[in-house]
Design a protein around this ligand. Structure first.
Ligand code: MLT
Length: 408
């Protein structure tokens, strides 16, 4: 008899964004005449930067000629891209990260999900609340939690991110082995300072814990005093793995390219306390289960690091940040407390009522899709997240519609 992985049965029936898509589909079916504006899932709307398109075309031409055709590429990524990442994203900011510590992949979502294969089944895990649901659900799937009781899985240590702590959680009171952090944060949009991040690095060093640092939104940081990488903190290369993505930086959500940094110094321990380097283990995992990102896509990603590419990416992010400013200002003027939207594409809005009812009100009365905060965890109840990834025209129209529905 084939038996099922019963851990899957502990999960909520569907993934948050699937739930939202169902409600939106029902609304659209009932009101085909209404133009729905989607500010829910953080999916980019602007085309790829021209340098990336040019690189894609050139790489496609290379695939058309026998002399330049490429078959399987290196599983961890082509050297030209790994080196460009190490140089521009890290060494240029004073972080001593080498190309052989970069693993190119098809998404930060998959990497944050897959990395937990490297850890024992009975480790203690701390996750922020609210949180990107992938960190939680994938550990549930792997059997690292108990049942969901009152919206929280037993076995996790939840780190509350609330208005009282400016959405930067406090250190756990007990010892934990694995810590998920994401800054600028999805969903709250909060950014962390170097001093606050240092406390986490110090905690991890003291407790032999590991931090999984999701920096998918670092390109939105405009405040130069804020860290863009955890490796800007001394000693973090001993206790942190960092995830990055070209999705939100350069519009690659549909194109797929990301990377994970596993420094050679980062270790996990056997039950007898022997240190094991994680870089070779991740390399082993990727080379066994992953065949790399396609050559044309890696060429397109590498183009982001040319002088032209940097300017085009900055313009792209500036555009979304201006959207974020418009949203934040409008929601604030309507009397809603907001966080994020400054070094982040997400605006976290306190609704003053239950998240899903506020979501439904905006969908039904304004035809605007947001994300209910409670979908990210129980501390998200009473909030919605608005994404700034949209056209200027749609953002302005959505804000006008919301003003007419919610304005006095
Ligand atoms: C989000 O809306 O939270 C993101 O689009 C999710 C993702 O990047 O997978």
């Amino acid at each position: 008899m084939i038996r099922v992985n019963e851990n899957y049965l502990k999960l909520k029936a569907s993934y948050l964004f699937v739930d939202i898509a169902k409600r939106v589909a029902a609304f659209t079916a009932a009101h085909p005449e209404k133009k729905v504006i989607r500010m829910g899932i953080g999916d980019v709307t602007r085309p790829l930067p021209p340098v990336c398109i040019k690189a894609l075309h050139e790489a496609a031409d290379e695939m058309a000629a026998e002399a330049t055709f490429k078959g399987y590429g290196p599983e961890a990524g082509y050297e030209f891209l790994r080196e460009a990442i190490a140089e521009n994203d890290y060494r240029a900011r004073g972080c001593q990260i080498g190309a052989d510590e970069i693993f190119v992949s098809d998404g930060a979502k998959c990497d944050t999900a897959n990395i937990q294969e490297l850890f024992a089944g009975d480790i203690k895990i701390a996750v922020p609340d609210p949180v990107y649901p992938v960190y939680v659900d994938t550990n549930v799937m792997a059997g690292r939690t108990g049942e969901n009781v009152g919206g929280r899985y037993q076995g996790f240590i939840y780190l509350n991110s609330t208005a009282e702590n400016n959405f930067i959680p406090e250190l756990p009171k007990e010892k934990v082995d694995l810590i998920y952090l994401c800054f600028p944060n999805n969903p709250t949009g909060a950014a962390i300072t170097k001093a606050e991040l240092k406390k986490w690095v110090d905690y991890a060093k003291e407790n032999k814990s590991l931090i999984l640092y999701d920096a998918a939104y670092e390109a939105f940081i405009r405040d130069e005093s804020l860290p863009r990488s955890i490796y800007e903190i001394d000693g973090a290369d001993e206790v942190a793995i960092e995830f990055r993505s070209f999705s939100k930086t350069a519009g690659f959500t549909g194109t797929r390219c990301a990377f994970t940094v596993v420094p050679k110094k980062v270790k996990a321990y056997t039950s007898s306390g022997e240190a094991v380097a994680l870089n070779p283990l991740w390399n082993r995992r990727q080379s066994t289960k992953f065949n790399g990102v396609s050559y044309p896509i890696q060429k397109a990603a590498a183009a982001v690091y040319t002088a032209e590419g940097k300017a085009q990416v900055k313009a792209l992010i500036d555009f979304y940040l201006e959207n974020a400013k418009i949203i934040r200002e409008k929601m604030t003027s309507l009397g809603f407390a907001c966080t994020g939207g400054e070094n982040s594409p997400y605006i976290w809005v306190r609704t003053g009522c239950e998240s899903w009812s506020f979501f439904d009100k905006l969908l039904n009365e304004a035809a605007v899709v947001t994300t209910p905060g409670s979908g990210f965890g129980s501390c998200g109840e009473g909030f919605i997240r608005i994404s700034a990834f949209n056209s200027r025209e749609n953002v302005i129209e959505a804000m006008n519609r919301i003003s007419s529905v919610l304005g006095n």
